[in-house]
Design a binder for this molecule. Structure first.
Ligand code: KG4
Ligand code: ZN
Length: 334
């Protein structure tokens, strides 16, 4: 009993095998294209697609070997159907559909964001529905009321940049290479967060929306005005990280005080951020709420989260009824 899952929405090829009967991740592999795109300062979509093509079959064979599972033992193939780069999605979807057709097993399209949101279910200590989901990635910053599997209601989201995108853009202003978010967080550790004070956008508004675009301008202005000051990039990084994570903290608190939810589940690339983790764990203690995080490697893109959602859909019979490629690259999912 094993579902094979394929994640290829952006610059990572992720493969995983999940035992849907036992509810257990058996094996997973991830190949990152960071080195390929680094010299361009960001992801080049066409190069990403070509690299997925090169890697997808060798990684599939490796993950099957790790799991000691044969092609003929597979019960289904899940793949990321979107959002993502269209060419990159096409590679994973074509591969999954061809494999499903050849093996005569169901194919299961999975939404990348649902994968992120439920990544904490890959851990032994799983959250329970209902919960408040904070989805913070390179493309999304959303607060989601999660009632049950597949039943999600958007409570608020960013009005401009996603928080991960803002981390990456501020990193660029500070001269850090792609991918900037984690490097900015590292640099911030050596700075003083009080040297500059950046605003907490929309903090006094009742809506549960975010805005991160203005923080980029704050960072740029601080840099242009003080670029000759010692350690200034680290101070700006620290001030930005403090403001961005405070914004997330403030809206999580408002949501948890407004809705009768006793659990907070954080997901997406920015959930790897240690300052955010400390602040939201503190909020959990303050409000008597349990806070769940995926392990660090499952915060950013990976195949395991697609396998988890694929397995849940498979068990519910939510499978494709024909062997047609079914992708939707658009960002809005709720
Ligand atoms: O979820 P993800 O891997 O891809 C998307 O679906 O977007 O998220 C990637 C984002 C990037 O913007 C990256 O800079 C950010 O997550 N990120 C971080 C950290 N690690 C990754 N941002 C802040 N601190 C981190 N430690
Ligand atoms: Zn992602």
């Amino acid at each position: 009993m094993a579902i094979l899952a394929i994640e290829s929405s952006c610059d990572e090829t992720g493969l995983a095998i999940y035992d849907e009967k036992a509810g257990r991740l058996i094996a997973h592999r991830l190949y990152s294209q960071i080195a390929l795109h680094a010299k361009f300062g960001g992801v080049v979509p066409e190069l990403a697609s070509r690299d997925h093509i090169r890697k997808i079959l060798p990684l599939t064979k490796e993950v099957l070997r790790d799991a000691e599972v044969d092609f003929k033992d597979l019960t289904g193939v899940a793949y990321t159907a979107g959002p993502g780069l269209i060419g990159a999605l096409m590679v994973g979807a074509s591969f999954a559909v061809a494999l499903g057709y050849a093996l005569k097993i169901p194919v299961i399209p999975v939404n990348h964001l649902e994968g992120h949101l439920l990544a904490s279910f890959l851990e032994e200590d799983q959250p329970e529905f209902p919960f408040l989901g904070l989805l913070v990635s390179g493309g999304h910053s959303q607060l989601v009321q999660c009632e049950s599997f597949g039943n999600y209601q958007l409570l608020g989201e960013t009005l401009d940049d996603a928080v991960g995108e803002a981390f990456d853009k501020v990193a660029k202003i500070l001269g850090l290479p792609y991918p900037g978010g984690p490097l900015l967080a590292k640099l911030a550790k050596t700075g003083a967060k009080t040297r500059f004070h950046f605003p907490r956008p929309l903090a006094d508004r009742p809506e549960l929306n975010f805005s991160f675009s203005g923080l980029k301008t704050c960072a740029l202005n601080a840099y242009l005005q003080h670029q000759n000051e010692e350690n200034v990039t680290a101070h700006i990084a620290a001030a930005f990280e403090d403001a961005a994570t405070d914004s997330l903290l403030i809206k999580c608190k408002q949501a948890l005080q407004r809705y009768p939810l006793k659990t907070l589940v954080v997901a997406g690339g920015v959930s790897a951020n240690q300052v955010l983790r400390a602040k939201l764990n503190g909020l959990g203690k303050e409000l008597g709420i349990k806070v769940y995080w995926p392990r660090l490697e499952f915060c950013t893109d990976n195949g395991a989260m697609i396998a988890y959602v694929g397995a849940q859909k498979f068990l519910r019979g939510e499978i494709a009824t024909n062997y047609q490629i079914d992708i939707n690259p658009r960002l809005n999912w709720l």
